[in-house]
Design a protein around this ligand. Structure first.
Ligand code: DAT
Ligand code: MG
Length: 148
């Protein structure tokens, strides 16, 4: 079953959006497979965003991600990578549709509340980086009420 890495960024934690965000993924029907509340250091954040290291906003992005605790999660379900990105909304909240997390709760691109993997392969890499200890093996008893 497909998995994605979702992270509530420091602004989402500070603003008390943790329950709201987790609720959206839960109510959709996806399965929570990993969850950690943690603060990451600079070198870890640089690894997470390594693909963006040449971008002019990279140092500001890293500073933002290490500025406070984050909630790191693994969610599982059919097409969860692409659907998770739809739930999150466009990178720039100015372009995020109302009803998406960024569309409902963010204004600035540099304070866009949440991260979600952009592909199955990057999800695999990010889950390995954030959950080196592995994730829970379980299956929801609701599985057959949500999946055909
Ligand atoms: P996403 O988080 O939607 O996957 P991304 O991977 O392209 O977007 O970039 C990672 C984060 O970097 C993004 O959530 C916010 C920040 N960012 C992206 N483009 C930016 C830009 N043009 N100016 C400032 N910050 C930017
Ligand atoms: Mg990205």
């Amino acid at each position: 079953m497909e998995q994605t890495f979702i992270m509530i960024k420091p602004d989402g934690v500070q603003r008390g959006l943790v329950g709201e965000i987790i609720g959206r993924f839960e109510k959709k029907g996806f399965t929570l497979k990993g969850l950690k509340f943690m603060t990451v250091d600079r070198s870890f954040a640089e690894k997470h965003y390594a693909d963006l290291s040449e971008k002019p906003f990279f140092s500001g992005l890293v500073k933002y991600i290490i500025s406070g605790p984050v909630v790191a999660m693994v969610w599982e379900g059919k097409n969860v990578v692409v659907t998770g990105r739809k739930i999150i909304g466009a990178t720039n909240p100015a372009d995020s549709a109302p009803g998406t997390i960024r569309g409902d709760y963010a204004i600035a691109i540099g304070r866009n509340v949440i991260h979600g993997s952009d592909a199955v392969e990057s999800a695999r890499k990010e889950i390995g980086l954030w959950f080196p200890e592995g994730i829970a093996e379980w299956r929801s008893s609701l599985h057959h009420w949500i999946n055909e």
